[in-house]
Write a protein that binds this ligand. Sequence first.
Ligand SMILES: NC(=O)c1ccc[n+]([C@@H]2O[C@H](COP(=O)([O-])OP(=O)(O)OC[C@H]3O[C@@H](n4cnc5c(N)ncnc54)[C@H](O)[C@@H]3O)[C@@H](O)[C@H]2O)c1
Length: 422
Amino acid sequence: MSSYLEWMLKVLKESIELAGLPQETYDYLSKPDRILMVKIPVKMDNGKLVVFEGYRVQHNDALGPYKGGIRFHPEVTLEEGIALAMGMTLKNSLAGIPYGGGKGAVKCDPKMLSLRELEQLSRGYVRAIASIIGPEQDIPAPDVNTNPQIMAWMVDEYSKLKGYNVPAVFTAKPPELWGNPARIYSTGFGTVIAAKAAAERWLDGFEGKTVALHGFGNVGQYAALWATRLGAKVISVSDITGTVYDPNGIDPELGMRVVKETGGIINYPKGNKLNDPEASLYAEADILIPAAIENSITERNANKVKARLIIEAANGPTTPEAEKILYSRKDFIAAVPDILANAGGVIASYLEWVENLQWWFWDEEETRQRLASIMEKNFKRTADLWEKLKDERSDRLVTMRDAAFVLALRRVYNAMKLRGWL
Ligand SMILES: NC(=O)c1ccc[n+]([C@@H]2O[C@H](COP(=O)([O-])OP(=O)(O)OC[C@H]3O[C@@H](n4cnc5c(N)ncnc54)[C@H](O)[C@@H]3O)[C@@H](O)[C@H]2O)c1
């Protein structure tokens, strides 16, 4: 079994116990509702036929239609897809949006495909899964190596099959084709809303607080931008090329331009530079936002982290062993878990879907305010429960991640119970 699925099942079991839910919750949620395995034949540019393989996993729809991304990657496995779909059920539940969890993938290396081949593959995948997706059934979105252009092809293919436009079947489409302009920065923005809420609750506000960012791609760049716009000071930024540190503050827009033009933050024209891509993890900052890759903070380096708050923008940046080390530090407050902190993307997708269903569009600022308000509510609910659980369970370490899983599971459980599934 893949280690990710093993980890997910272990977390599921432990969280069900912590939530005080019956064992049948585990029996139900440890398996997906449905898996559709598909083949996608594509005539390549050289005239040869290549048959790709893909799948769609639908994990649980107690709370609403299945929702989760589509990944194009040469190393995808079905077990990973099951674990990711399970994670989406919990993430969507915690986010308080009316969705279940799903995930899809095509085993391919998009770097080896021409634009025409990529389009054919995207359309072929939609034809293959069309019978089980739909605005009220299952609403996919982009994930690793898929993007708004691919969503545009997919929504077009699905609409052709139906014979009329169906914008709400995919989200994170280009703004020109029923997407929402806030979607592009929604994950980074949402992370900053979580950071602000945490700083207001446990530090004395967000304004003037120092922020270190590990990772400066889509999520990291917009997190830096919105952290600065909302009054914090970004003092350290790392990407794969190295680290820039400036106690006077790093200009996110300049950083974004530098990365676009030169490929790395190391070419930022001011501040101190270090070739070490990890240095931001250890910066003297109030808040650390890991926004790069999984397993960045492990038992190897957790004791070097100085920030009091970690806001997980990346998926799985802090290992369970590292969390134990961090939480044992006297001045450490919390690692706001990925499932809560990086939900801005799927919440923006939800808002786009609501717009599409009604053919009624909010402007960008209104969408952003709705997104912020949902993130704030989710943060508060999780933080309240965490503080309560800590008091109740003095026999064990209860992390904020534990509280997030308990909250997510209770909502799915209640829906299943009310529907008579359990
Ligand atoms: N894009 C989204 O909407 C979204 C939503 C939820 C979660 N996430 C998660 O957020 C993380 C970042 O996603 P993204 O879309 O910004 O990716 P991206 O590829 O745009 O950016 C990744 C950044 O991390 C840097 N990086 C990679 N390895 C590094 C290392 N070892 N040390 C330092 N920096 C390193 C890269 O240089 C780059 O700046 C991922 O874990 C992703 O799963 C993304």
